[in-house]
Design a binder for this molecule. Structure first.
Ligand code: FE2
Length: 267
């Protein structure tokens, strides 16, 4: 995710956000205007893709790789979101929506609740392939969208959105964010007896994908209780990575969580 609080980021200027007593999530959308991406920027995507896929090949949960193929993400260049949505929406009802940058928690979760996934409408520069101040379209598309084509994750993400909206409203945003962070962004999961990459933050990061799999660090078994109690870093590699028993298992567990359950986890 990589998000900011409402206090830290004002909504971008938009006619929709004025005089309505607070912006709805639609106020954060911008046109993708795919033709604005330069040849160099498409080249950055291709470089990142070519670097990442060989490493992930045997180290990421298999529905991720299935999603790459189903969605045509192996085609050259930054994906055109209209074309990507034409493939994704018939599969699970999810659509990618362009945003200029970070989206506040409330709007972010509201988008997920509607099966809309925000895509940063820019890409990192060629001279800083490994440095990101905020999520770009490589993180958002390559990291997140393949699994949105997988129904258990499609349901989980919508459920997280619905619960996230409720959680933010009652002051439990940090707790839902921890669960999201330790699964959807930086989680690992067992598959075929091996520990595989699950999270988008790992899938889209060359350095942290290696680190999470290879480094000598704690990889505790994921439980809702332990993940809800564990902080996270948004400015550095994580100090630990939770390992879910399976992708389908953790998806079902998170999908089944309600506000009362979240309150118990936060207590
Ligand atoms: Fe993300």
């Amino acid at each position: 995710m990589f998000r900011e609080t409402d206090e830290e980021l004002a909504p971008p200027p938009s006619p929709l956000s004025r005089g309505r007593g607070g912006a709805s999530w639609e106020a954060y959308l911008v046109p993708q205007d795919w033709t604005h991406f330069t040849a160099e920027e498409h080249g950055v995507w291709d470089t990142l893709f070519a670097r990442q896929v060989p490493y992930l090949g045997t180290r990421i949960v298999s529905p991720f790789l299935d999603g790459i193929g189903k969605l045509g993400l192996d085609e050259a260049g930054i994906p055109n979101l209209d074309q990507l949505n034409a493939r994704l929406e018939p599969l699970t009802g999810w659509r990618c929506v362009p945003v200029p940058g970070l989206v506040p928690d409330k709007a972010f979760f509201a988008m997920l609740a509607e099966r809309r996934f925000p895509i940063g409408n820019f890409i990192r520069s060629a001279d800083s392939l490994d440095y990101l101040e905020e999520p770009d379209c490589f993180h958002d598309i390559f990291g997140h969208v393949p699994l949105l084509a997988h129904e258990p994750v499609a349901r989980l993400m919508q459920a997280m959105g619905r619960l996230g909206v409720e959680a933010v409203a009652v002051g439990l945003g940090e707790t839902i964010s921890r669960l999201y962070w330790h699964t959807v962004e930086f989680g690992l999961a067992r598959e075929g007896g091996e520990v595989k990459i699950l999270g988008a933050g790992l899938a889209s990061s060359f350095g942290e994908a290696h680190f999470a799999i290879e480094a000598d660090l704690p990889r505790p078994r994921f439980t809702l209780k332990d993940a809800a109690a564990a902080g996270y870093r948004s400015d550095a590699f994580q100090p630990l990575y939770f390992v879910s028993d399976s992708l389908e298992g953790v998806a079902a567990e998170l999908e089944g969580l309600d506000l009362a359950g979240l309150r118990r986890l936060a207590a």
